[in-house]
Design a binder for this molecule. Structure first.
Ligand code: FAD
Length: 309
């Protein structure tokens, strides 16, 4: 068996999600190669070469991959797929964009968002917003898999795999990169943060997020998150949303402030190691998954907690 993992990066930094995809690949078994497709991405290739368990890093450094558009990257993966039994990527926005194209071009079914590896062809994945776990078995010879990164611990970086250049020119592009509008965040990245402080509808405004949630998050060196109700109301930006239709996180500590704990929110955070809930309603479902619960008015309790810290 041989596995090819698509590296996730921004041409300068390798995302932690790739180290987690390597951990999933180790459970599948076999040789693990990583593909770094980008432009001026040498630093990323070096970082990928250090990941434990990686046999070889394939590097496609060309203008065509500068923005890692799904079309050229999927063509490249299909070009390389002949030598591999498994093609793997993290189930991130980018992985979810590229891999279905790879599966379609290879005419196989994709196994999406796996949370456990049972054998080289059998996997577990959550369905119904995490309310049930499905066991699926791939029947094709070539298996295309996306990995829920929060379900796997990243491998270490003590390796020294060789780099190998791949020279492949994708066909003339049908799409063109126009611009990227990336929100600037001062704190750690939500998906990989060790601590997350999330606010819900109860905050009532963006100003209150700033006044109540931010100081606590700053004190803890935490990333900020939000429920969908808070995002829809414009209290928090879209990319802070945690849940079924937002980000799935599993930090060491998740603090939910004024979030009732709807199933769609729980789908994005219930695997956090320690969950703290602050809500004025003792019957709020969030307390059903919380390790520690604080019942009361968040506008009093959170500033008190922040001061005490
Ligand atoms: P509410 O449910 O209104 O809860 C507010 C909480 O604040 C209550 O528990 C209340 O007791 C408490 N509160 C009020 N005032 C105070 C106070 N002063 N002090 C302390 N506590 C107070 N939701 C997500 O979060 N993420 C998703 O990805 C997501 N995806 C969805 C997908 C679909 C298809 C659907 C249908 C829904 C989805 N939702 C998602 C929405 C979800 O169902 C809930 O509506 C949402 O999570 C509720 O957000 P909330 O907990 O902030 O608000």
């Amino acid at each position: 068996m041989s596995i090819l993992i698509l590296a996730e990066h921004d041409n300068s930094t390798l995302a932690v999600a790739t180290a987690k995809a390597v951990a999933a690949a180790q459970k599948i078994g076999g040789d693990i190669d990583v593909l770094v497709a980008g432009s001026g991405c040498g630093q990323v290739a070096e970082a990928a070469a250090k990941l434990d368990g990686v046999a070889k890093v394939l590097v496609s450094d060309a203008d065509a991959y500068a923005h890692q558009l799904a079309e050229p990257v999927s063509e490249l993966l299909v070009h390389l797929a002949g030598g591999y039994s498994h093609i793997v990527a993290a189930a991130t926005t980018s992985g979810k964009n590229v891999m279905p194209r790879v599966a379609a071009l290879l005419d196989v079914m994709q196994v999406s968002d796996i949370t456990a590896v049972l054998s080289d062809k059998r996997f577990e994945r959550p369905v119904y917003a995490g309310a049930a776990i499905q066991t699926v078995e791939a029947t094709a010879d070539k298996v295309v898999v996306t990995v829920r990164a929060s379900a796997f611990d990243a491998v270490g970086d003590g390796g020294s795999a060789p780099l190998e250049a791949v020279d492949f020119a994708p066909s003339a592009p049908k799409v063109k990169f126009v611009s990227r509008d990336t929100p600037v965040s001062a704190g750690p990245e939500l998906a990989n943060a060790r601590i997350v402080v999330s606010g819900g509808r109860a905050l009532g405004s963006a100003e209150k997020f700033n006044e109540i949630i931010k100081p606590l998050a700053d004190k803890l060196g935490a990333a900020m998150g939000a429920s969908r109700a808070a995002v829809d109301a414009g209290y928090a930006p879209n990319d802070w949303q945690v849940g079924q239709t937002g980000k799935v996180v599993a930090p060491d500590l998740y603090i939910a402030v004024g979030i009732s704990g709807a199933i769609q929110h729980l789908a994005g955070m219930k695997n956090s190691k320690v969950i703290v809930a602050i809500d004025k309603d003792p019957e709020a479902p969030i307390f059903g998954v919380a390790d520690y619960g604080l019942v009361g008015d968040l506008f009093e309790l959170v500033p008190e907690l922040t001061d005490a810290l």
